[in-house]
Ligand binder design. Structure first.
Ligand SMILES: Cc1ncc(COP(=O)(O)O)c(C=O)c1O
Length: 391
């Protein structure tokens, strides 16, 4: 199915107010997401929060089914968690490490994940090894294969880094992980909603995602996928009365499914909004979304590359919707601010978000202009004009 730009823009109220190239920060939600969230908040105000949740029980169950369709898993392998970081944490901190164990990751790893690695390394004497990049700037598969030995207890990478267009070869990494029986945790925060995601094809055991970015859902929503085969073996770092039942004075029983990674209190309006966002993406078709936004990002990359003084900073063989750049002699914040004056939203990614990658590339900051399918060519041109004019 082709993307109907006019229709999609008409269904996105924010398009009437801003030119939005901050989809990797938080995208503009479409009208059905807005209606769902507001509708549920109104119901809560009218009849009470618990009563509204009870009325929306079936709708809540449908959110799991929709996410399962989106990433090709079973509904009971999905946990709804308030953001991608907590979703990732719940998986990571469920794993038990011993002194001398190794975690293999990538150069482009996200700060929050790496900080968690460092914490576990300090506490438990685990070694963190960032697999070097290949000549394209993506994780080197041959280096990864060479590093596999009995000490490796986890492979954890970020599918699409926060600071660029790179799409890591997640399925090829999955093949290595599977063939050695090593747990594989994929941070898909920037890729879900942007790329077609199939956990079977990727071969990951865990996948974390957020609602507000490329999925266009509400803030404060996210989810975790946990492969069924691992579920029984894992005890989440936190358990509450939703994740487990207190069945005897000295005993609890965890839920048998991925809900053991959840907690009880959550924004029901938010999670229903997340469901609406997933349904919206499913209706458009993840393949069509990926094709369209990658084409638009390629156009933006090319036009920005033509602007004097601009260097596009994206690396990797396969590139997605995040377009990053610098302009000679001009701070990223100045560019962001000039764009902001023209009501064009972008963000700045600093070194500390992806420390290893930025340091290796001698970058302290980049402007991040992240494209979605609802961006028009006209908007791409406007962005480039403003960037060209910044002095
Ligand atoms: C690659 C990556 N992982 C994780 C996160 C964290 O997501 P959240 O803010 O939903 O916890 C981000 C946010 O920018 C990200 O870019």
């Amino acid at each position: 199915m082709a993307i109907d730009l006019q229709r999609l823009r008409a269904e996105t109220p924010g398009c009437r107010h801003v030119v939005h190239f901050n989809n990797a920060g938080a995208s503009l939600p479409p009208q059905p997401v807005l209606d769902t969230v507001i509708g549920h908040l109104q119901l809560e105000a009218m009849i009470g929060g618990y009563e509204a949740a009870a009325k929306a029980e079936e709708q809540q169950a449908n959110v799991y089914t929709s996410i399962a369709r989106l990433i090709n898993c079973a509904a009971d392998e999905v946990a709804l968690i308030e953001n991608a970081t907590r979703a990732w944490d719940m998986a990571f901190y469920s794993l038990r490490f011993q002194t001398g164990d190794r975690i293999l990751t990538s150069i482009a790893e996200y700060a929050s994940n790496y900080i968690a690695f460092l914490q576990v390394a300090q506490r438990q004497g685990v070694e963190i090894v960032a697999v070097p990049n290949d000549e394209h700037g993506q994780i080197s598969l041959s280096a990864l294969r060479q590093m596999i030995d009995g000490r490796v207890k986890l492979i954890a990478i970020t599918h699409v880094p926060t600071n660029g267009g790179l799409i890591q070869p997640a399925a090829a990494v999955g093949e290595v992980a599977r063939s050695h029986g090593i747990p594989y945790l994929l941070d898909a925060c920037q890729s879900v909603g942007q790329l077609q995601i199939d956990v079977e094809a990727i071969g990951c055991d865990f996948l974390s995602a957020t609602g507000r970015k490329y999925l266009r859902g509400p803030r404060g929503t996210g989810f975790l996928y946990v492969r069924r085969a691992l579920l029984d073996k894992l005890e989440p770092p936190f358990l509450d009365l939703h994740a487990a039942n207190w069945v005897a004075p000295d005993r609890y029983e965890m839920l048998p499914d991925a809900k053991r990674f959840e907690n009880w209190e959550k924004s029901i309006a938010g999670l229903l909004g997340l469901g609406a966002a997933v349904d919206y993406a499913l209706a458009l078709g993840p393949a069509a979304i990926e094709r369209d936004l990658r084409e638009k990002a390629a156009t933006l990359r090319q036009r920005l590359g033509d602007v004097p003084g601009v260097t596009v900073r994206d690396i990797g063989q396969e590139k997605g919707g995040i377009v990053t750049f610098t302009k000679e002699g001009i701070a990223a914040e100045q560019i962001k601010s000039a764009l902001g004056d023209a009501r064009i939203n972008v963000s700045v990614s600093g070194r500390s978000s992806t420390y290893l990658d930025m340091t290796a590339r001698h970058l302290s900051e980049v402007v991040r202009s992240s494209v979605h399918y609802f961006n028009s060519e006209d908007e791409i041109d406007k962005l480039c004009e403003v960037v060209a004019a910044v002095r």
